[in-house]
Ligand binder design. Structure first.
Ligand SMILES: [Mn+2]
Length: 319
């Protein structure tokens, strides 16, 4: 029981069975949400192609860039609306985790620096949430260093293999470890559950390192759960980078040691290789990136016109 404004009506604070029924997606929800992610990936890829091409020709601004992404999503089958307000943040703006460009306050984007865009869509087939950080031209070396660091974090969690019984608290260090090694951190969770054509933030599953009494994200990870994986590096007054894929928890193998689970990324969009410093990637991380990019290309190519497809082929090339 918890306190309530009207003490005559106590609130029940128990885990209700419906929370897990929502969080563990059934086979139809999984098949549909994968289709929604393909549509979303097509929209994001077309938008990235446009952005990379257009910024070489003229300046853009944060509002125009986010409007174009919305336009690409609106062309997709069953698209309804954004799943949350888009964060389109240039250079130092990206260091503010919840920055929002407005008509009164937005930045001009030039063919240099880095752009972070966190966005998602509600489709009849499901809900998406994706972040990509794009290199727009010349950037200081430290931007690429942090781009690669956040990517290592994302890839390590995406590649996790773990015993059933783990919560997001057990696995968070896989993402946060590379940052902690350098005395860096991001002041937020690593990821959250995603609803099926429902809230883009949905408990009880999530990835975070800290036990917070007022949050219920201690759920044991189960096959069928979908959780975002979105580590980042934020340097106040300078830049911010975040890479976000959604992960579907799946069964891997059962043996004498127990029941092993792993993740399958269900976000299909390229990582901007222009930001990657290959020499900073460990062997397994490089393999995970190549494997992910092969999946992205194979999944999206049939939906793309020749020019976008050729661009995607190049940006997803194996390192
Ligand atoms: Mn998210």
């Amino acid at each position: 029981m918890v306190e309530c404004l009207n003490p005559q009506i106590p609130l029940l604070k128990e885990d209700l069975p419906i929370a897990l029924m929502k969080a563990i997606k059934n086979p139809i929800e999984i098949a549909c949400t994968k289709q929604a992610h393909i549509y979303d990936g097509v929209a994001v890829t077309k938008w990235m192609y446009w952005l990379k091409k257009t910024i070489k020709e003229r300046d853009l601004d944060e509002l125009e860039v986010q409007d174009y992404l919305e336009k690409m999503r609106a062309e997709q089958p069953g698209y309804i609306e954004p799943s949350f307000s888009t964060i389109c943040a240039y250079n130092a703006n990206a260091a503010m985790m919840h920055y929002q460009a407005t008509k009164e306050n937005y930045a001009t984007i030039q063919a240099k620096g880095m752009l972070l865009v966190d966005s998602g869509g509600q489709y009849l087939k499901g809900t998406t949430d994706i972040t990509r950080t794009l290199i727009l031209g010349e950037v200081p070396d430290v931007f690429k260093k942090h781009f690669t660091l956040a990517l290592r974090s994302m890839l390590r969690l995406q590649s996790a293999c773990f015993l059933e019984g783990c919560t997001g608290l057990n696995l968070d260090i896989l993402a946060r470890g590379p940052l902690w090694d350098l005395n860096l951190d991001y002041q937020c969770g690593t990821g959250h559950g995603v609803g099926h054509l429902l809230n883009v933030h949905e408990g009880p599953n999530g990835f975070r390192w800290k036990v917070l009494a007022n949050r219920n994200e201690m759920a044991v990870l189960k096959p069928g759960m979908i959780t975002t994986n979105e580590p980042g590096v934020y340097i106040e007054g300078s830049h911010g980078v975040r890479h976000e894929n959604e992960l579907l928890c799946v069964f891997k193998e059962e043996n004498a040691s127990g029941r092993f689970l792993t993740f399958e990324p269900i976000t299909y969009a390229p990582i901007d290789l222009e930001g990657v410093q290959v020499e900073l990637l460990e062997k397994a991380e490089k393999e995970a990136l190549n494997q992910y990019h092969a999946l992205v290309y194979q999944t999206l190519a049939p939906y793309l016109e020749a020019d976008v497809q050729a661009w995607l082929k190049d940006i997803t090339r194996a390192l």
